[in-house]
Design a binder for this molecule. Structure first.
Ligand SMILES: [Zn+2]
Length: 429
């Protein structure tokens, strides 16, 4: 007897009326009207069953600290970094753990079952590192947490940080991080990219750098990141996060840059909620949108993800772990309004980040891990449009969260009626 069968669901690839059979934490079979029994049956009701949402870029050490010790008035990246610097010495390990666990609960409820979180390694006590390693272990049954050693104040700019970063990796942090645009000079930024990529190559690590998170079109560390990636043979193992300066770069230069990114198989993570609010703060009008060139990167064959980046912290006051909100913002900022563009926005919070995290067995197919989310929508575009309710969230074949369908009862002319949010015709595929 299998554990679970989910009947009558639509899949992201457009197949309708499918059943998904689950056993021993894996997907056993997918097909129409499967002749199978399981201990539990879940009626999919013709809704969309998607692999879980994946967030390729988050900061779990700072999440839910909004207003501590005060609010970021200017809304800039630099005031956020300064504020975080004030807060860091006062952080207690158990409080970091408590906030991170609270956020993981939100994530699971929203069908977000894998998160790559940067963790600041500049505080030599490495409190946040120890806290998030503890959290990673505690949430493992229901959420994959991948950690990046992130030198928030600059690996060269801040004495002792490279040693801290190495120590964080030896304690169990997974990925090498960086922040070249925050080093003192462009030259130091480039040098930091070399040092960190060499460290990753020597140690067999993935790399994910905050890269060119600035409106300065001359911030070109992504070029250096692509260079060292191909030079060291790190193809497919390196991610450039933010890349916002690409928004303001000269088109001719970008026509050379994007093929270099593609050649090195460097992935890109845009963080639309944060980019649209933090960038362009020195502009009057016209005011830049501040997000990297997402459609152009996708067209060139670069793996792209939309990340959440922040929830209620020194950089961003809002958010609740809803990757459909992230996809919606990304779609709007990048004007990805074609049918293919909207589908690509859904991929940027599911398969794209799954590739970036090198997640194993991701997808709705026989042999994949039985992780999925049943959305109150019939297709990915409808899911984005409605920020669809997560009717059921499944981890390794076990239902770990459920939400009631979004509904409302109308009381007009004395005729009670339920609103059907899904009335619109299916989106063209
Ligand atoms: Zn970040």
């Amino acid at each position: 007897m299998h554990e679970l069968i989910i009947r009558n669901v639509n899949l992201v690839d457009g197949r309708c009326g499918q059943d998904v059979l689950i056993g021993a934490g894996r997907i056993v079979d997918v097909g129409r009207a499967l002749d199978a029994r399981a201990a539990r049956t879940l009626d999919g009701g013709g809704n969309l069953l998607s692999p879980p949402f994946v967030d390729a870029h988050f900061h779990m050490d700072s999440t839910l600290t909004y207003g501590m010790p005060r609010v970021n008035d200017s809304g800039t990246l630099l005031e956020g970094i300064a504020l975080w610097g004030e807060l860091k010495p006062t952080l207690a390990q158990d409080a970091i753990v408590e906030r991170a666990l609270a956020y993981c609960d939100w994530a699971v409820a929203k069908g977000l079952l894998a998160i790559r979180s940067h963790v600041d390694v500049c505080d030599s006590r490495l409190l946040a590192v120890e806290a998030l390693i503890d959290v990673r272990m505690r949430v493992k049954p229901y959420l994959d947490l991948q950690l990046v050693a992130f030198p928030q104040d600059g690996v060269l700019r801040t004495p002792g940080t490279l040693a801290n970063l190495r120590r964080a990796l030896s304690l169990g942090v997974d990925v090498v991080g960086g922040i070249p645009h925050f080093e003192r000079t462009m030259a130091d930024g480039a040098e930091s990219v070399r040092i960190l990529c060499e460290l990753a190559a020597d140690d067999g690590r993935l790399v994910d750098m905050h890269c060119d998170e600035t409106d300065d079109p001359m911030s070109r560390h992504i070029e250096t990141l692509a260079y060292w990636t191909q030079r060291l043979g790190l193809h497919g193992r390196v991610t450039g996060s933010h890349l916002t300066s690409m928004h303001s770069m000269d088109n001719y230069y970008v026509s050379k840059l994007i093929p270099l990114i593609r050649e090195a198989q460097v992935s890109a993570v845009a963080n639309p909620l944060i980019n649209i609010t933090i960038q362009g703060r020195h502009d009057t009008y016209p005011k830049r949108r501040g997000m990297t060139r997402v459609p152009e990167l996708i067209d060139a064959g670069v793996t792209v993800a939309f990340g959440h980046d922040c929830v209620m912290d020194p950089w961003y006051a809002l958010g609740c772990g809803d990757m459909l909100e992230v996809a919606s913002m990304g779609l709007h900022v990048a004007q990805m309004t074609s049918a293919a563009g909207m589908r690509a926005a859904f991929d940027a919070v599911t398969v794209g980040p799954a590739q970036i995290l090198h997640l194993d067995g991701y997808g709705i197919a026989p042999g994949c891990r039985a992780d999925c989310v049943l959305l109150q929508a019939r297709d990915p575009v409808e899911a984005i449009r409605l920020r669809a309710a997560r009717l059921a969230v499944v981890r390794a074949g076990v239902i770990v969260a459920e939400s009631p369908p979004a509904t409302a009862t109308l009381r007009i002319d004395g005729r009670p009626a339920h609103v059907d949010w899904n009335l619109r015709p299916m989106q063209p595929s």
